[in-house]
Design a protein around this ligand. Structure first.
Ligand SMILES: [Zn+2]
Length: 162
């Protein structure tokens, strides 16, 4: 079942939000509004506009600034502050996953399934690694009263010098 029924949209096997979404109606805007309602978010014009930019192109990693640029080009009238708020609301609702690459750079990932990342340092490129390709062993016991929620692996890359 293709996300938003758009051509060229790749939906991976393990993508919980789309798996949990009911059958698509065939109208992308209608489906998007319904998805927002289902996670408890009122489908305001801005959320639908930003949701459209985020989810209509398959799996991707975006920064708030990058989405702001896209929104401006697409004539979705939003401030950068609204973009930040919306991205965090979508993340809390489980529609996005936050990938903190370093203190200054946070990406929002439309693929909320089990996977890790390659990050090309200096080029700001984030690439998915299938969750099954990374095995993390010998994790320490979490402190009393805690459990491990998730393990995020970021494999940092640089160009070979030769
Ligand atoms: Zn990713």
């Amino acid at each position: 079942m293709a996300l938003l029924n758009l051509p060229g949209v790749r939906v991976p096997r393990s993508s919980p939000p789309t798996e949990n979404w009911p059958a698509q109606s065939g109208c992308p805007y209608h489906d998007l509004r319904r998805k927002l309602r289902e996670v408890g978010l009122r489908p305001t014009r801005q959320r639908v506009g930003l949701g459209w930019l985020l989810f209509a192109k398959g799996d991707r990693h975006v920064t708030a600034e990058g989405l702001y640029e896209e929104a401006t080009k697409a004539r979705v009238p939003v401030s950068l502050a609204t973009i930040y708020n919306t991205l965090h609301q979508f993340t809390q609702a489980g529609l996005l996953r936050e990938v903190a690459v370093d203190g200054a750079k946070t990406y929002f990932d439309t693929n909320t399934g089990d996977h890790h990342h390659f990050f090309v340092e200096g080029e700001n490129v984030l690439q998915d690694i299938d969750g099954e390709l990374v095995s993390v062993s010998a994790l320490p016991e979490p402190p009393p009263g805690m459990e491990i929620a998730r393990v995020d692996v970021i494999v940092r890359l640089r160009r070979k010098q030769d």
